[in-house]
Design a protein around this ligand. Sequence first.
Ligand code: AMP
Ligand code: MG
Length: 326
Amino acid sequence: MKRVIFCILVLFLLTGCASQKKTTRDFFAMDTVMSLTVYGKNADAAISAAQTEINAMEKTLSVTKADSAVARLNAAGTAELPEDAIALLKRTLELSEKTGGALSPTLYRLTSLWGFTTGDYRVPTAEELEAALAEYRGGSVSLSNITVSLDGRSLDFGAVAKGEASDRVCGRLKENGVSSAILSLGGNVQTVGLKPDGERWSIAIRDPKNEADYVGILSVGETAVVTSGGYQRFFEENGKRYIHILDPETGYPVENGLASVTVVAPSGFYADGLSTALYVMGKQQAVEFWRSAGDFEAVFVVEDGSVFVTKGLADSFDCPDFQVIE
Ligand code: AMP
Ligand code: MG
């Protein structure tokens, strides 16, 4: 009898899984291709709510859409921002401090000088860079309620916006009753729950040198997995590659031997901010940061192709050859 009940239960679970309809929607927002895959009945409504959220964020945070709240603030120097953008700015400035300034949401003048925000790439002259850097170094951001005043600095949320968006999307999906979903917003992946069959999700870490290949596969539960890589946006001039992640100390694109950094953490915002910051720090300093923070895991791919994984991921990383960071 027990056996019959067990079989019925298994059948029930299996048919339960089968009835978890899969809905995928791909669209372009925040300068990248986004893909939301949601399981269950309410998927369409949930995805629409998520898309509305992303569009609203872009309308506030975009530096390239001239009528966004942040673009208007950058142009005017002083302006009000919506409360959620103020909260995001505060959190990003805190994370900037925690990373010793490696993450800096106030270097828009520098990112635009290199053309990374518009796509009009060019190497600035030494004088241009020196002037922009001097303003940045001597500059400040001050907040009074919802009014932001910029002095010598301008905002660029590019390093955290997609991670913040994936946190908000996961929130919207859950509010709409979704218990299983996976999102990919450019290099940012975030999951809700487990796969409908109760298995963990498999997330490939791209090979920085080959778009069609990956260096390994992570097996994860509900989490964010965010990668920063020089390969994601760069240009070449006179045979030299200039990537979109800048060292706030020098104003130059980072060049430290790293090819990509992937951060695994519960929050998309935190994982996104850290993936950029760790990339700026370089492997050695990033590992020291990982040891002292103790609240995330990471995968480092070095330019020579070697792969390093922090010990919390060692058992869930499928890769032919990698070294574990203790
Ligand atoms: P991500 O792809 O998350 O690593 O973010 C890179 C984007 O953040 C760039 O395209 C710039 O818009 C911006 N950015 C570049 N360097 C930094 C930095 N050191 N700190 C914060 N944002 C940066
Ligand atoms: Mg980032």
